[in-house]
Design a protein around this ligand. Structure first.
Ligand code: PMP
Length: 444
């Protein structure tokens, strides 16, 4: 690490940072140097409680030796091998282990796994599988995908097309897509604990889009079961069941983007089980490898998979894949991650903590500018009233303040999002609420 001076700050000019106001950041950088368990340590030696599991990915906490050892072992054994027309046992082993916990529940498991390198790649892969499947079953006019306002599905051209965050899409071209109305309604659902009660009728919006475009043009609808990046938007009770029913009525596939909710965030292995709704395809990444090595996976139903395994046997069924699909080192990290999740019961731990988490977060109600608090599993959001004329700045100030006091939170506009590692203990939940509460008071 090159040092610009005798401080702990490296040269900052060359790394063009993602999703960051580069000039603002580089004027006052926040640099993390190491991580263990629930904590980061910054370059100046200050401990920072991780209230966000990195970027919703370090579900088993930081510095897991078992993952490090598995990665090192695999790197020494075989660093890389292709999976185009070739294979290696570890990617098959990982897929078979994932199949055992695959979303869908008994009898309907989505146990065919396509590996990618990230959440964005998982989304683009799922969209392509959906369109290819429709074509394979004689529905080749179905090329349109329906997303949802405020949805986040990564940054590939497919993902920004179905995503509904205008900043992600305004300057780029898109594939044909349309959007359901979003379900955030703090007028009717403000300070709901868990799932909001109002808004199931918003699922009927799919009927509007079918009437607008014709079912014969629509391949699939993709939603996050719980939208994370837009600031934690929960589905109203019954909404996802209704969406499934309408999609079925018109031969439209349902895709759940579980890049955030996958691997225990809501207290079940996948949100699919939490809601009792089985989609046709599920996209994942993040918690798949505990964030340690980049990797994503798409889970497909057997119906979708087998529908594409047609045509001459010597022909490639799906002309799609990545250099790093099923990467051996990422697969090794993933297997070790699954072992930790299983041995420590982490895929259901959020369910044990959810009630305590909920009451702790809602104790912040009444603090200045707090206009909503939302929670589900081990996810939380605190929405602030925007500062007049400068939306987003109040939450950003809280974010900086919390960091200086030793807590990492995440902000999206004026919404604070929390998603700690699933290993969190009650006293650490107490620390999150206390540091955040003090910062909110100061922001007043
Ligand atoms: N889908 C969802 C629901 C996400 O939350 C994210 C990332 N936050 C992505 C896709 C994109 O994942 P990645 O950043 O790994 O490409």
């Amino acid at each position: 690490m090159g040092s610009s001076s005798n401080t702990n700050t490296p040269v900052l000019d060359n790394f063009w940072m993602p999703f960051t106001a580069n000039r603002q950041f580089k004027a006052a950088p926040r640099l993390l140097a190491s991580a263990e368990g629930m904590y980061y340590t910054d370059v100046d030696g200050n401990k920072v409680l991780d209230g966000t599991a990195g970027l919703w990915c370090v579900n088993a906490g930081h510095g897991r030796r078992r993952i490090a050892e598995a990665v090192e072992r695999q790197l020494r054994t075989m660093d890389y091998a292709p999976t185009f027309q070739m294979g290696h046992p570890i990617a098959f082993d990982f897929a078979a282990k994932l199949a055992a916990i695959a979303p869908g529940g008994a009898g309907a498991k989505l146990d065919r796994v396509f590996f990618t390198g990230s959440g964005s790649e998982s989304v683009d892969t799922a969209l392509k599988i959906a369109i290819a499947y429709q074509r394979a079953i004689g529905q080749g006019t179905r090329t349109r995908i329906i997303g949802r306002e405020k949805g986040y599905h990564g940054v590939g051209f497919g993902g920004i097309s179905v995503g509904g965050l205008v900043n992600n899409r305004r300057v780029f071209p898109q594939i044909p897509a349309d959007h359901l109305r979003h379900t955030l309604d703090i007028e009717r659902n403000g300070f709901s604990k868990g799932l909001p009660t109002h808004g199931v009728e918003l699922a009927e919006d799919l009927e509007r889009l079918v009437a607008l475009h014709g079912a014969e043009t629509i391949a699939a609808v993709i939603v996050e079961p719980m939208a994370g990046s837009a600031g934690v938007i929960l589905p109203p009770k019954g909404y996802l069941d209704r969406l499934r029913a309408i999609a079925d009525k018109y031969g439209i596939l349902l895709i759940f983007d579980e890049v955030i909710t996958g691997f225990g965030r809501l207290g079940t292995p996948f949100a699919t089980e939490y809601f009792g709704v089985v989609p046709d395809l599920v996209t994942t990444a993040k918690g798949l490898t505990n964030g340690a090595i980049p990797m994503g996976a798409v889970f497909a139903s057997r119906k979708i998979h087998d529908g594409l395994m047609t045509g001459p046997e010597n022909q490639i069924e799906l002309f799609h894949g990545y250099t790093y699909s099923g990467h051996p080192v990422a697969s090794a990290a993933g297997i070790a991650t699954l072992e930790i999740y299983e041995e420590e019961g982490l895929l259901t731990r959020a369910a044990e903590l959810a009630a305590h988490w909920q009451e702790s977060l809602h104790s912040l109600k009444g603090l200045p500018h707090v206009v909503d608090i939302r929670n589900l599993g081990l996810v939380g959001a605190i929405e602030l009233a925007p500062r007049g004329g400068a939306p987003g700045t109040r939450a950003y100030d809280v974010f900086v303040d919390c960091f200086q006091k030793g807590l990492l939170i995440r902000v999206t506009g004026d919404i604070i999002a929390l998603s700690p590692p699933l290993i969190i203990e009650k006293d650490e939940i107490g620390q999150i609420v206390s540091i955040l509460g003090e910062a909110l008071k100061r922001a007043a």
